[in-house]
Unconditional design. Structure first.
Length: 134
């Protein structure tokens, strides 16, 4: 995967203030503050670079206030690293193309993976899938 690199000023110009804080400075949006994404088929893309990171078919209601998925759309599109901030040990999830912080993954999700990718809604853009004509 080709890495996307931009200066801090370029990221600030491209992203909203909150999206910049979350994706570039490893922030977190408050729970239940982001719009609820549609339940129609579609793909969630990284707000920073457009890389597809999650599929609507893998989304579930975790009750946490953040969009939650049980797996990424493709393993090579989403990376993980250890996050030891705030006196906790968590696994951070980021976009492999532009290194945008997306959220965290926890081992308390549903089958088939048992994982819960807890993602900041502001880090995602939803792209609906075209439905074939009936």
């Amino acid at each position: 995967m080709q890495k996307i690199q931009k200066s801090d000023a370029e990221w600030k110009a491209q992203l909203s203030d909150l999206a910049y804080k979350v994706t570039r400075k490893h922030g977190t949006e408050r729970a239940f503050t982001h719009e609820n994404f549609p339940k129609t088929p579609g793909v969630y893309r990284c707000v920073g670079c457009g890389t597809p990171v999650f599929d609507q078919a893998h989304k579930f209601d975790s009750g946490t206030g953040w969009p939650s998925f049980y797996q990424p759309i493709a393993a090579e599109n989403v990376g993980e690293s250890q996050d030891n901030g705030f006196f906790m040990r968590r696994t951070e999830v980021h976009c492999n193309a532009c290194d945008a912080h997306l959220g965290h993954v926890f081992p308390d999700g549903p089958k088939p993976t048992g994982l819960r990718y807890c993602i900041n809604g502001v880090a995602l853009e939803f792209e609906p899938k075209d439905e074939p004509p009936a």
